[in-house]
Structure formats: C-alpha cells, structure tokens
Design a binder for this molecule. Structure first.
Ligand code: 5AD
Ligand code: SF4
Length: 485
C-alpha cells in the first residue's frame, strides 16, 4: 500500500531528467482528456516524453472511465494485451510499468490489483499529482526483485492536486482547449457513479483559473471550454472574501484579450442561475450553446433518478434561456430504460424532446453501475425494450439535429478553424453552436486562399467568417468570407 500522507515536492523541485516514454490511453469524458494532458505535464520534468504506442513506452497509463457498461472488463482486456508487451520487455531486461488511473481505478482499485498482477500502480482522479513519487516507489520495489510493483493511491487528499500541477507551456496544441474549474458532485443521481469516483464538489479559486486561461491564450488558444462534472454549481474563491458563480467567472475570463470563445460543460438544470442565463446575452465570448442534460421527460422517472427537478421546471429554465439568447443551441443526455420506466414514461421523454428540439444530444440505455441505488432496483427493464426505445429516441433526435443544421444554410457564421480537413484546401472548425464545419479556404490550385493572398494553412487556429453552403446530419460545409483575427 502507498501510505504517504505528505504531499510531493512541488514541480519546481525538478529531479534530474532521464529520457523515458509514457503512453497514456484515455477513455471517457473531456475531464479525462484534460487529466491525461496534466499527467503528461507532471511527468515531463521527470524525463518522460509522450508516445503514441505502448511498444516503446516505459510507462503505460490507462486513464479509465466508469460511466459506460463493462468499463472494468475493457480495462482488464487491455491489461492482458499490455502484459504480453511487459513480459517481452522483461525478457530483454527492460522495465515497463503499467498504471491504471481515473474512475475505474478509484472505484475498483484494490480488486484490480488482486485480479491483474501486471498492474504496478493504481491512482484515482484526485491523486495523479503524486505520480512521480508513486513511480519512485514502484521502481524501488522492482529493484528489490519483484516483477510488478504494488502501489495504490486512491485517496481524496485535503490538498488539491491543482496546487501541484505544472503546465507545459512549450507547445501550441490547438486553438481550442479544456480547463477544469470544478470537480466532483454532491447531487447523487441514483444511476451515477460520479459522486463516488470523483468525490464531493470542489471549485478552484478564480485567480488560479484566470491564470491558467491567460497562459492558454498566450499559447494561441482562442476558445476555452470550462469543465466540471457539475460546472454550473461552481462557487470558487473570488479572492475578495467571497465566492464567484460561473456567470461571474465567465465575466472575469471575458476580460482576457485574445480569448474569443468561452464554453462550459456539464450543467445541471437546478444550478442554472439568472447570472449565468444573462451571461449568454451580455457576454459576447459566452457561446450560444448549452449542454443541459435532462435524462428523462417523465416526472416519475426524474424523481426516481433523484434529479431534483420536474419537467415543467426544466421547460421554464429553457424558456428563460431562450428569452435571454433566442438563438441558443441546446444539447442533452438521455437515459432510456431506467428501472421502472413504462411506455408512458418513455412517451413523455419523446414529448419533451419534441417541445425542446435539441441541436444535438447523447442518449444511452440504462446500465446498472455497481454501488448505485438504481442498480439494485427490482424493476429493471428488459434489454430488447431498452434497445427499441433507444432506436426510437435517436431517430427523433437525429431528425431534429438535421433540421437544426439545415436551418444554417445560406447563413454566415464565425468558425474557429482547428485542424486540416480530409480534402486539401479544406480546414475543419466549429460554429458558435458547436457544429463541425468544413471550410473551403483554398482556391483551385490549393496554394492560396479564396481571396488569393494567403496560404490556406495560415488560417489554422483562426476565427473566420464563413457562408454555409451545405448541411448534413453531422456537419456543415462553408465557404470563406473573410478572416476575423
Ligand atoms: N447508465 C446509462 N447512462 C448513464 N449515464 C451516467 N450513468 C449512466 C448509467 N448508469 C449517462 C448520463 C450522463 C452521461 C454522462 O452518461 O446520461 O449524463
Ligand atoms: Fe452524476 Fe451528473 Fe447526477 Fe452528479 S449531477 S450524480 S455527475 S449525473
């Protein structure tokens, strides 16, 4: 067991760097994508650079997600494959360490160590700043002649990991970045593992967030998505003896020169306060897009899910949002086949979808997660009923998504160009409403832009004005009108 109570050295106490490679495989949500980046940042001063394959890695980290079904099984089969790699390396006298991080590690750490002896380290989402110390401890155990080290750290430390994380300021990694501002959840929806794996709600201080945002913008970032499991419950220290709401934080971030777009996810309908609703009208950088999961359109099921609001209350929030920002694009998560869901409950969900008309949405069959209240309900819905409901719901959501995209035809909108498209002369970006837009920048000879004066790759990472000429179910196509920044 890894029983260390004191925190590790802060990043500026850098140890001598030996050149090693780390491969981080990320599962699940954007929060995990952010965490994986930060794990790479933590390891960098210790001589680790990133690689894209396990083959040449000295350390493999699986950053796991517990939301989907069979999450743990997927991790075990990946570890099976990695074990072969580890054994082959050991035969050559080389070490490879396997670490399991993230929410599966948090939920099932000790059991995983027992079941998969190839695992050297298990760390939870709140302890990855201690990775260098864990590695040191693992290396010592290996030097002692053991095939695998046994290091487990899934504590929820009092000190936050954010105080110990360095940031890698060297590379431009794109025009759009994630920034975690809040973690954990106190809501305890009866289907969800997050309150158990990520712990209680915690908000970072405003000054730290603004500082990190400034550094991102200095590296060329134009759009920041603020992340949190319950992001609109944000209540970070405002540095003036009080706390700031998310609306207040967005107003602070809006002052940063060069930060053109601010998004946030994921929000809970109960925490959508007026300041945040107004931010969508009053703050130009606050994008007209909101992911506001409702999960179900039936009051009975909402209650059984412990969502803490009714469908009418949800409609009212949407109404206020649309009063504030009429063109707001909405998105949601849905669960079909929650225990006890009847045909009528499901019809209520379809009815809610017809009334709201989402620009896009994610929908899932209910899957019991061990340790959650709903998983032990006697009223589990048969698999074929779940599949049938999911197909019907998705058909309706897709219809609305296509309608939403088609309504963009002929319009001009701002697009942040993030990467090269499949075709030459084409760049791929996002509209304010988070639609993917393929933009034809170059003219026929692919050398210069449509106006004939710039190589098209000069537009990478830039905001441009685009006229939408084609709309499909999943993306739009547009022609460059002019550059904006
Ligand atoms: N079964 C199905 N879907 C789930 N989600 C969370 N837990 C479960 C579960 N046990 C979905 C919810 C949530 C999204 C991130 O994943 O819709 O909003
Ligand atoms: Fe899970 Fe979201 Fe409910 Fe929290 S609010 S318990 S993260 S579904």
């Amino acid at each position: 067991m890894y029983g260390q109570k004191s925190e590790p050295a802060r990043p500026r106490d850098r140890s001598s760097a030996v050149s090693k490679k780390v491969f981080i495989k990320t599962y699940g949500c954007q929060m995990n994508v952010y965490d994986s980046k930060r794990m790479a940042d933590v390891l960098k001063p210790h001589g680790y650079s990133s690689t894209e394959s396990a083959e040449d890695a000295d350390l493999v980290i699986l950053n796991t997600c517990h939301i989907r079904e069979k999450a743990a099984e997927k991790v075990y089969s990946e570890i099976g494959r990695l074990r072969a790699e580890k054994d082959a390396k050991a035969a050559d006298g080389k070490n490879m360490y396997i670490a399991v991080a993230g929410c599966v590690a948090q939920a099932e750490g000790p059991e995983m160590m027992k079941r998969a002896p190839a695992i050297d380290m298990v760390l939870g989402p709140q302890t990855y700043h201690r990775l260098p110390d864990m590695l040191k401890s693992a290396e010592e155990q290996r030097t002692g002649g053991r095939m695998s080290a046994r290091v487990l750290d899934t504590e929820f430390p009092v000190d936050t990991k954010f105080d110990y994380l360095p940031t890698d300021e060297s590379a431009f990694e794109g025009a759009a970045a994630f920034l975690t501002i809040q973690e954990g959840c106190d809501k305890f929806c009866t289907f969800c593992v997050v309150p158990y794996t990520r712990g209680a709600e915690y908000s970072r201080p405003v000054a730290d967030i603004v500082d990190e945002a400034r550094r991102l913008v200095a590296r060329g970032v134009v759009e920041i998505t603020l992340l949190g499991q319950n992001v609109n419950a944000f209540h970070g220290d405002d540095g003036k003896g009080g706390t700031a709401t998310l609306g207040g934080l967005i107003a602070e971030l809006d002052k940063i020169d060069g930060l053109g777009r601010i998004r946030y996810t994921t929000s809970h309908p109960r925490d959508m306060d007026q300041e945040l609703i107004d931010a969508h009208r009053n703050i130009a950088s606050c994008m007209p897009y909101l992911h506001l999961p409702v999960q179900s359109g039936s009051d009975r099921i909402l209650d059984a899910m412990n969502r803490k609001h009714t469908r009418e209350e949800y409609f009212r929030v949407i109404e206020r949002l649309r009063e504030s920002r009429p063109d707001l694009a909405l998105s949601s998560d849905f669960i079909v086949g929650f225990p006890g869901e009847t045909d009528q409950d499901f019809e209520d969900t379809l009815d809610l979808v017809r009334r709201v008309k989402y620009a896009q949405a994610y929908s899932f069959k209910y899957s019991p997660r061990p340790g959650t209240p709903a998983s032990v309900s006697e009223e589990q819905v048969p698999e074929d009923v779940k599949s049938d409901r999911l197909a019907r719901l998705q058909a309706l959501l897709n219809e609305h998504q296509l309608e939403f995209n088609e309504a963009s035809l002929g319009k001009e909108m701002d697009v942040l160009l993030e990467r090269e498209g499949k075709r030459e002369g084409q760049l791929l970006g996002r509209s304010p409403y988070l639609q993917s837009v393929h933009v034809n920048v170059a003219n026929a000879d692919n050398a210069l832009d449509a106006a004939g004066d710039k190589p098209y790759t000069d537009y990478m990472g830039k905001l441009v004005r685009v006229r939408i000429v084609e709309a499909g179910p999943h993306s739009l196509k547009g022609e460059l009108v002019r550059a904006l920044n």
